[in-house]
Structure formats: structure tokens, C-alpha cells
Design a protein around this ligand. Structure first.
Ligand code: ATP
Ligand code: MG
Length: 762
């Protein structure tokens, strides 16, 4: 029957309609980005309820994020007339939690279990390691937890993982796994992975499998390509009874391999359910043809795929813009400038700026803040609020002001130095009248009141701050930051940890170091630098906006925006420097780029920087190999990187610079290095001379002695959103480094960086 007039079929094309009203049996919708997979799931739920008379409580829909689940529920509710309280739309984790709260009596933790978060997990693991006499240096708690998580995602309990433990290290980890599970049990606790693991175990029992199999008559799973083994088995158990399983996915968007997602789950669906109906969706309703052309030709370079076509009738649309800027800061500023222009014509325009890794948000956040443009950081923490960044800042604060007890408390045990509450209380008790915690500590050490590890580590800690002043003089701001990172052992402890998470933290610290180098090149000193950060971290200063979202590409999965920027299109940034070492890693990066491109509805802009500070040192970037994979016709102008044409079929060829293996430097790399050197020399020659002097080693002039051009004179009455009314008493620096000393009526004297402080003349 022709259902195209049915209200639930409104606007849908024929294969979409077929999927929506598909009656019984397994259904696989394998289709490219933006072809309406999620739309079909939503409509199908509504159809089942309204047309098939299925009770909402018999339908189970699984999505990837809580936000997606919420949205799906809302959308279905708008389509149906009955209330939906009983409809199960959730993520795997929240589904499992619900099941365990009901059926948990059959698991070792009961139904009133608590859920351990990563820090609870870590402290339990530390106990376990101590009990097994495993040194944390070789068995870093987080690293061990990562391995355990991997076992759990593959549904392997300790005794079942034995076959995989071929080396002594992994065998020890298994012992730890065993003891860790016992520990969790004695706390009546689950970690996140246990939620899945236990639920999957429960459903292996025939009685429960039948009970829940009967209950959930229809199961729908979005983003099926990103399910891991445990999730896969869970779905299989539930669907075994009735086979009414509808999965949608796109193998080209599988981007969670690093977390145990198995692309084979979707590729093998037909094997699992030979009677499965497969529906292809080929029309994309999201993006213009040019954007799709770019996406298709990029992903065509992958070998692990089924291959599919996508077309759009939204017209060719705008050409894709590629912008190469000279350096990272200019890249961020360029993007912000374009957003401002957009706002001028379309105040409500929804914009997303996407990046490969979290550290990349720093310069964007700063550029946005400088222009006072509200934004939302989706699925992440603002740069200066990240734990490792705050830890490092606490060291710098303490260097700058030894009386800062809050910072002392923070950094004294980061990284862990075995300082418990008792030792800390002892130290604080020893602070002399009007003195500092460091003095108190020195006193304790002199009297030999600390013992063993604490004594050793605290001795080193104190030494760090004794030497810091000298290092600050000798090395300047960036040098000091680098020195603190190394001498504090902070970097080392993250390196020892060796987890993916630790790697992300290291990248953030490296980026912090780059921020310090950037500030130093503008003549900023430590205390000003810290002031800037305090202001940047002040959440009240910039309101949030749903119209401008910053996020990693992983977070952008399933979403769409009229305007999309993808920044950092350089080798080692995107593709990420570790990923490209294996062919699989590289293919996953390419899928990630495919996801990024296909978020764009109307306009896609790609940007890169020729030079970028990595670990505070300026490096010459190489163009991302993905740029070459974009067809010339889709681009506004041919991509040039310096003098080189960088585009499919032209210019640089595979086998030259960008396909070199990891490690061995090729001639091309060598050339690149030399070119980088000349670029740096040239850049330095071009940099305008800074009249205020550059380096920390010069004596700091009195602020009044160098009033900056264009600055408000002393005596100007100003207003700050944070501190209220005040009067300028002095100014120093110029341009981005322009800093005022302001005497506020309430808050007293503060140094305010003009660029961040949002001072207004009264
Ligand atoms: P992704 O692969 O990114 O998850 P998807 O396949 O789930 O994408 P949807 O998000 O469901 O795609 O749909 C993409 C866009 O196309 C949405 O804005 C949706 O409303 C719209 N859309 C889907 N089907 C149609 C249709 N038949 N007519 C008009 N618009 C449609
Ligand atoms: Mg979707």
C-alpha cells in the first residue's frame, strides 16, 4: 500500500518508509551519514506504537549518549498520542543499571550496589596493588584498570582471560583483576564496565533471557557500528527470542575501536540473522553535494568498508574552503573572525568548531574570549579547568607566591608523594607565624619529623621550590614551566601511567607550555600570566551559547550543524601522531574525518597552521594527508601549502614526505626540518620589535615608566564584570600583553590583562 500520505511517513522516501513499517524480523539499515538512520528509528518507534498497537513498554531503543536518548524520546513523543513513560530509550549503561537494580540479587553485588567512578576505581586498585606487592611504577593503577576494562568489554572475567595472559606482566594484571573484583564485591560496587558485564551474564540465564526477551518485543539500536563485544552479546540475548531487532549504522563512522568497539558486529549482522532484511538509504538530507563529494572521496581511501553511494538534492552548494594560516593562534583568530562575520548576517547561525583532540581547544577558547563571544564546550571541560592544568598552575602559583596555602595543598600530592592528611596537618601545624607552608615543611624536615618515603619526597619537593626562583630568572616563563613539569615528576608520572587518558593529559600540559611560550614572546611575566589564566578560568565571565559549539569530533557523532569548521588539518594532529603508525589506526582516523565532514549542512571550512608550538617549541607542520583526498571540484581554490600544490592527483605524491614510516627520517623530513629553520629565522626577523623588552631576565621596569600607547591613562574610572568599580593606577605592556593595575573599591588592587579583563570605561 502507498503509505506516503500517512502522517508518520511525512517527507520520507521509499526505502525509509519500508524501514519504518517493516513488520517483524531482523532489519539492518546500513547507510551513510545523514541519510536518516536516526530519523527512521524515531519514526519506527512511533509507527510501532500508533499503527501496530505495540505497547511502549515492549519497545527498547539504544542510543549512544544520554543526550541522544533524550532527544529521541522527545521526538517520538511529538509523533504519538500516548504517554511514553514506559518506553525504554536509553544508553547501554543506563539500561544495564536499570536491569541490575531489578535483578541484581542474582549478581555478586546485589541490587543496591554503588557505582564506582574512575577515582574510586583508582583508590581500590592502589590497595590491590599494595596487597600484591606490585610496584606502581611497573603496574600503574590506571594502566592496570585500562587492561581490565578491555577484558570486561570483551566479557572476560579473570579466570576466562587466562589464555590471553601470555607474558608475566599480564599474568600479574590478572591477579590484580581477580583481587579488584573481590574488592568491588566487598564494597557491593560496580564499575562502569561491570554494569554491562553483569547484565550480559544475567541474560545468559535462560529464565531471564526468556523473561526480558518476551518483554522487549522490539529492539532498536542506533550507531550499531560502535558497539563492543559486551553490548553486542547483550543485544543478541534479548533478540534471540523474537528476532525483532532493528540495527542502524554506518561502518564508515566506526570511531570507537580504541574503546573496544568492533566493526565486525555490523558487518556480520547478516551472518547472525540470515533472514535479515537489509535496507539501504542513499539519499542524504543533511549536506550539499559538494560536502558529500568530499566525504565520499575521502572515505574511498579506506579498505575496510562495504562501500555505498550517497547523493543529495540540496544542490551543489558552497565550495569547501581551506585556509592555511601562519600559526596556531592566527588560525584560531581567523576562525573566530569568520564566525563574527557569519553572525553579522545570521545572528542565530548554528556553528560547530571541531577538532581531533581536547588540547586543541585552548587557542580557540582564548580567541573567543578575546572577542567576548559566548560558546559552549560540548562533552569536555574548559582548558584551564582541566585537572592536570590546574595542578600545574598550582605549582606556578606557589612559585609566584609562597604564601598560597591552597596551591600548596593541591600540588604537594600531585603527583602522589605519599602525603596523607596526617602529614599535611603536621606540615600546616609547623607553619611559623606569618610564614609559609614551605617554611613549615623545611622545619619539619630539619627536625627529622618525616620518615621514609614522605621524607625523601618532601625533601625533593622543597628543593624544587628552592631552586625555582633561580630557574625563573635564568629560563624565563616557558623555561620555568618546562622545568617544573620535569622536576616535579608530574610529567613522568603520566608517562609511567601509559594510558590513553594520560596521553590526553600530557597533550594538555604540552599545550599549556605552548601557552606560556606564546605569552613570553609577548613579554608577559609569570604573575601576569597567572592573572590571565585566573580570568580565563572564571566561568562567570563568558556566558554559554548553544549557537556556537566547540567539541572533539568524537563528541559530534550523530549531530549536524549548518556551519562547520574543522581545525588543525596537519599531519600528527589529524591524523593523530600515534594513530598513523598502523594501517587500522589510520583508517579509523580517516573515518573520523569522514564523520567531521558529514556534520556540515551548508558550509564546511577546513583550517591548518604552518607553524604550531609543540611543547613550547615552534614546529613546522606538514599538511594532513587527508587534504589530498578532497577532490578539486569540491574546493573553492586548490590547496597550496607554501608553494606546493596539495591536492588529489597533483603535487606531492604518495611515497614522498607524508607516507614515511614512523621513526626513520626521510629526505623529505630532513628538508622539512631545514625549511622549518629558515621559516623560524624569517619569522623572527619579521616580528616587530617590542619596545617593552622581551625576556624575564631583564629587570622589571616600574609599570608607570612604560605607559603603553593607546592605553587608558592612570586615573581612568573603569568597571570590571568581576570586581566592580575601580580606578586605573598604572598600566604595562602593550597590545595583547597590555595589563592594568586597577584599584577596585571592594576587591582592592588587581592586575587585569586588558585583552581578557573586559574592563569598561565608566
Ligand atoms: P548520522 O549518520 O550522522 O547519524 P543519520 O543517518 O542518522 O545521520 P539523521 O540525523 O536521521 O541521519 O538525518 C539527517 C537529517 O536529514 C536530519 O536533519 C533529518 O531531519 C533529515 N531527514 C532525514 N530524512 C529526511 C527526509 N526523508 N526528508 C527530509 N529530511 C530528512
Ligand atoms: Mg544518526
Amino acid at each position: 500500500p502507498d503509505l506516503s500520505d500517512h502522517p508518520l511517513m511525512k517527507h520520507l522516501n521509499a526505502p525509509q518508509r519500508e524501514a519504518v513499517c517493516h513488520a517483524h524480523g531482523p532489519l539492518l539499515i546500513l547507510a551513510g551519514a545523514g541519510s536518516g538512520k536516526t530519523t527512521v528509528i524515531t519514526r519506527r518507534i512511533a509507527w510501532l506504537i500508533e499503527e501496530e498497537g505495540v505497547h511502549p513498554g515492549s519497545i527498547l531503543a539504544m542510543t549512544f549518549t544520554n543526550k541522544a536518548a533524550e532527544e529521541m524520546r522527545d521526538r517520538v513523543q511529538r509523533l504519538v498520542s500516548v504517554p511514553l513513560e514506559q518506553l525504554w530509550v536509553s544508553t547501554f549503561h543506563s539500561f544495564c543499571t536499570r536491569i541490575l537494580r531489578r535483578e541484581g540479587d542474582r549478581t555478586p553485588v546485589g541490587r543496591d550496589f554503588v557505582i564506582f567512578d574512575p577515582s574510586d576505581q583508582k583508590s581500590l586498585m592502589k590497595q590491590v596493588l599494595a596487597e600484591l606487592h606490585l610496584p606502581e611504577k611497573q603496574f600503574h593503577p590506571r594502566k592496570v584498570l585500562e587492561v581490565i576494562s578491555d577484558f570486561k568489554n570483551r566479557c572476560l572475567l579473570p579466570e576466562e582471560a587466562r589464555e590471553e595472559a601470555l607474558d608475566p606482566w599480564t599474568r600479574k594484571v590478572l591477579e590484580a583483576y581477580d583481587l579488584y573484583q573481590k574488592g568491588l564485591r566487598s564494597h557491593r560496587a560496580c564499575d562502569f564496565d561491570d554494569l554491562l558485564l553483569y547484565t550480559e551474564r544475567l541474560f545468559r540465564e535462560p529464565a531471564l533471557q526468556t523473561a526480558y526477551g518476551d518483554r522487549f518485543k522490539f529492539i532498536l539500536v542506533d550507531e550499531y557500528q560502535d558497539t563492543n563485544r559486551a553490548q553486542y552479546l547483550l543485544v543478541q540475548h534479548l533478540a534471540r527470542r523474537h528476532h525483532n531487532l532493528c540495527v542502524v549504522g554506518d561502518e564508515d563512522q566506526s570511531i570507537y575501536g580504541w574503546r573496544g568497539a568492533d566493526i565486525r558486529n555490523i558487518l556480520d549482522f547478516q551472518r547472525d540473522f540470515p533472514e535479515a532484511v537489509q535496507i539501504k538509504l542513499e539519499q542524504n538530507y543533511r549536506s550539499t553535494q559538494r560536502i558529500l563529494d568530499a566525504a565520499s572521496s575521502v572515505i574511498a581511501n579506506n579498505s575496510q568498508r562495504l562501500g555505498k553511494t550517497l547523493w543529495s538534492d540540496l544542490g551543489h552548494g558552497e565550495s569547501i574552503v581551506f585556509k592555511l594560516t601562519d600559526e596556531g593562534r592566527l588560525e584560531a583568530e581567523w576562525v573566530v573572525q569568520r564566525i563574527l562575520e557569519l553572525r553579522a548576517t545570521d545572528a542565530e547561525a548554528k556553528v560547530a568548531v571541531l577538532y581531533r583532540a581536547n588540547w586543541q581547544s585552548r587557542q580557540l577558547e582564548e580567541a573567543l574570549r578575546a572577542r567576548n563571544l559566548p560558546y559552549r564546550l560540548v562533552g569536555g571541560v574548559k582548558f584551564y579547568e582541566r585537572q592536570e592544568v590546574k595542578d600545574l598552575i598550582s605549582y606556578l602559583r606557589l612559585v609566584s607566591n609562597p604564601f598560597d596555602l591552597v596551591s600548596f595543598r593541591r600540588c604537594v600530592n600531585a603527583p602522589s608523594r605519599g602525603v596523607g592528611p596526617t602529614t599535611l596537618a603536621k606540615i600546616e601545624g609547623a607553619i611559623p607565624e606569618g610564614g609559609t607552608a614551605l617554611e613549615g615543611l623545611a622545619d619539619l624536615l630539619r627536625r627529622g619529623e618525616l620518615k621514609g618515603r614522605a621524607q625523601r619526597e618532601m625533601g625533593r619537593f622543597l628543593e624544587l621550590f628552592r631552586r625555582a626562583a633561580g630557574e625563573r630568572e635564568a629560563q624565563g616563563l616557558a623555561g620555568l614551566v618546562r622545568w617544573v613539569l620535569q622536576e616535579s615528576g608530574y610529567l613522568q608520572s603520566l608517562e609511567d601511567e601509559g594510558t590513553l587518558e594520560a596521553e590526553g593529559r600530557i597533550r594538555n600540559l604540552e599545550e599549556f607550555l605552548s601557552a606560556a611560550a606564546e605569552a613570553e614572546s609577548l613579554g608577559v611575566r609569570l604573575s601576569e600570566f597567572l592573572d590571565r589564566i585566573t580570568l580565563a578560568a572564571d566561568a562567570d565571565q563568558v556566558e554559554e551559547s548553544a549557537h556556537l559549539s566547540l567539541m572533539t569530533i568524537h563528541c559530534a557523532k550523530g549531530l549536524e550543524f549548518p556551519y562547520v569548521f574543522v581545525v588543525g588539518m596537519e599531519e600528527d594532529v589529524f591524523p593523530n601522531r600515534n594513530a598513523r603508525e598502523t594501517p587500522e589506526g589510520l583508517e579509523e582516523e580517516r573515518r573520523l574525518f569522514y564523520v567531521a565532514i558529514t556534520r556540515a549542512q551548508r558550509r564546511l571550512t577546513l583550517t591548518a597552521a604552518r607553524r604550531r608550538r609543540i611543547m613550547g617549541t615552534e614546529m613546522l607542520g606538514m599538511p594532513s594527508r587527508f587534504l589530498r583526498e578532497i577532490p578539486a571540484e569540491a574546493l573553492q581554490a586548490p590547496i597550496r601549502w607554501g608553494t606546493e600544490l596539495y591536492q588529489a592527483g597533483e603535487g606531492v605524491r604518495p611515497g614522498s614526505s607524508f607516507t614515511r614510516g614512523a621513526g626513520g627520517a626521510s629526505v623529505a623530513t630532513e628538508l622539512q626540518r631545514i625549511r622549518g629553520f629558515f621559516d623560524r629565522v624569517r619569522a623572527q626577523a619579521e616580528e616587530p620589535a617590542d619596545p617593552s623588552g622581551h625576556r624575564d631576565e631583564q629587570p622589571e621596569p616600574e609599570p608607570e615608566s612604560r605607559p603603553a600607547a593607546g592605553a587608558w591613562p592612570g586615573g581612568t574610572r573603569v568597571r570590571s564584570p568581576r570586581f566592580g568599580r575601580g580606578i586605573i593606577v598604572a598600566s604595562s605592556g602593550s597590545g595583547d600583553g597590555l595589563t592594568y593595575t586597577v584599584r577596585f573599591a571592594e576587591a582592592g588592587e588587581k592586575r587585569i590583562v586588558a585583552r581578557f579583563g573586559m574592563l569598561e570605561k565608566e
